[in-house]
Design a protein around this ligand. Structure first.
Ligand code: ATP
Ligand code: MN
Length: 465
């Protein structure tokens, strides 16, 4: 189709007088004397293109008058300056072809505001709305910006496996992967499942993190990142948890906790400014219709250094806050979201990096500090979101690692490959995990994580697509 242009290009370049063809879906239609105004969108940008359909079109009476929200059309015509307010240019059409109808009696999207809850029930159609379309474009941009950030800095992307036989975080929250017939599970002596007959000859599951595998590649390529789907079978029905989410995990050789924090802070600021710059139109929509304080909040993050405090200091601050928390505060407890919110929202009002957690509440791979009680961990807490990043310097010393694995009852036979990384050419290294949907939530102001991923999977819900 010659002269076919996306609406984004047309609105940017405004090629007045040119004969063009556009294709898209009708946002709305208004009939006037002798003509109809069609508001056409093709997804390339938030704004629609106004198409003028004069009654002289051969299919005006038979088709154009019957068009409604959601119908798909192709329009050919000349781009002219618009005499009316509201748009600079419009397409004076000479030919309109209808591809598909969307009967208003049944088409669920009409020209009005629908609640996000309702839109969730039609996840296959919701990207056609202004807000969810904007989320999809911002998500795509953020994904690209992640690659930009790391590729510009010489990091290599590693595709770590989705099916895994090592458990990064501890048992209990993994989805099993099996080819066994669940109606006829083979049993070994004592009644235990005989995994030797399963596809991999051993238990396997969907990955909860690509970190351990990324470590192997960091210790070969220097700086790497893995970015992909991650699965947690935890029964968390919150606005910040999904059973299937995307996680970005950079891993750097010759890097300590300080370098890790610096990179994380730089990355988060880069992602926010990149979106403000490159998806300004969508960001404007969020700041007008989703969260009035959005731009102020983003600006606040960009303008200040993140607060950095140790876990012990955080505990002292929480103790002297005078608040009565549901989960009582004492050195050694894990920070709950009420504590995280107090720190990031009430006490500091900006992102906070909490470091050096007790080793008892953190995974085995985190490096033991010289005090013997804490590990070189860091969590980044964002106002309104809570934890957005969890990271650490990794334990690179074989003996210390073995001691922590034994204390945590990790089956060593599954981790010999991981221990090899310490046996052969070990180096200090560090990395972190960024929940991709949580940064999208922060950047867009969207309150529910289910609305920043195309087809959300949560406990009891994986219906569409
Ligand atoms: P939380 O305490 O919020 O449940 P976590 O400590 O279990 O998170 P990590 O294992 O540290 O999370 O994972 C790294 C990052 O991945 C987190 O900082 C968060 O941004 C994101 N994340 C973790 N679990 C989920 C989930 N179920 N859904 C979406 N994002 C998640
Ligand atoms: Mn964490």
């Amino acid at each position: 189709m010659e002269n076919r242009l996306r609406i984004k290009t047309i609105l940017m370049e405004k090629p007045l007088g040119r004969e063009l063809c556009v294709q898209g879906w009708l946002k709305s239609k208004r009939d006037s004397k002798g003509l109809s105004f069609l508001d056409l969108t093709d997804g390339s940008t938030l704004a629609g293109l106004q198409v003028i359909a004069p009654e002289s079109l051969p299919n005006y009476a038979t088709e154009i008058t019957r068009l409604s929200t959601g119908c798909s059309v192709s329009a050919r015509g000349t781009l002219v300056a618009s005499p009316a307010k509201g748009q600079e240019v419009e397409l004076q059409s000479s030919e309109i072809t209808v591809y598909g109808w969307a009967p208003p009696e049944t088409y669920p999207l009409q020209k009005k505001r629908h609640s996000f809850e309702f839109l969730r029930s039609i996840a296959h159609l919701r990207a056609r709305t202004n807000s969810l379309g904007a989320v999809a474009r911002v998500r795509s941009r953020l994904s690209w910006a992640i690659h930009l950030f790391f590729q510009q800095r010489g990091f290599f992307q590693v595709h770590t496996p989705i099916i895994t036989t090592s458990d990064c975080e501890g048992a209990g929250e993994m989805f099993a992967v099996t080819a066994l017939d669940l109606e006829k599970i083979p049993r070994a002596g004592g009644g235990a499942v005989d995994y030797s007959q399963d596809f991999f000859g051993r238990p396997a599951s969907l990955t909860v993190s690509g970190q351990l595998e990324a470590e192997a590649y960091a210790l070969a390529l220097g700086n790497v990142y893995t970015f992909g789907p991650t699965f947690r079978a935890e029964n968390s029905n919150t606005s910040r948890h999904l059973a299937e989410f995307w996680m970005l995990e950079p891993e750097m050789a010759f890097c300590d906790l300080e370098g890790d924090m610096n990179l994380a802070e730089e990355l988060l600021k880069f992602l926010i400014s990149d979106c403000l710059e490159n998806r300004a139109e969508d960001m404007d929509l969020f700041s007008r219709f989703v969260d009035k304080d959005l731009l102020k909040r983003l600006d606040n993050v960009l303008r200040h250094d993140f607060v950095r405090i140790s876990y012990s200091e955080a505990i002292r601050q929480l103790e002297k806050s005078g608040r009565s928390f549901t989960f009582p505060i004492a050195w050694g407890v894990d920070l709950q979201s009420e504590h995280e919110r107090y720190l990031a929202e009430t006490l500091f009002g900006r992102p906070v990096i909490v470091t050096d957690y007790p080793e008892t509440i953190k995974p085995f791979y985190m490096r033991l500090n010289d005090d013997g009680k804490t590990v070189a961990a860091m969590d980044i807490l964002f106002p309104g979101i809570g934890e957005i990043i969890g990271g650490s310097q990794r334990e690179e010393r074989l003996e210390q690692l073995l001691a922590r694995m034994e204390a945590a009852h990790i089956p060593l036979e599954n981790y010999q490959w991981y221990l090899d990384l310490r046996r052969y050419g070990t180096v200090p290294h560090a990395g972190f995990g960024l929940g991709f949907e949580r940064i999208i939530q922060f950047v867009t102001g969207m309150g529910n994580i289910r609305d920043v991923i195309a087809f959300p999977r949560t406990p009891g819900s994986a219906i569409l697509a």
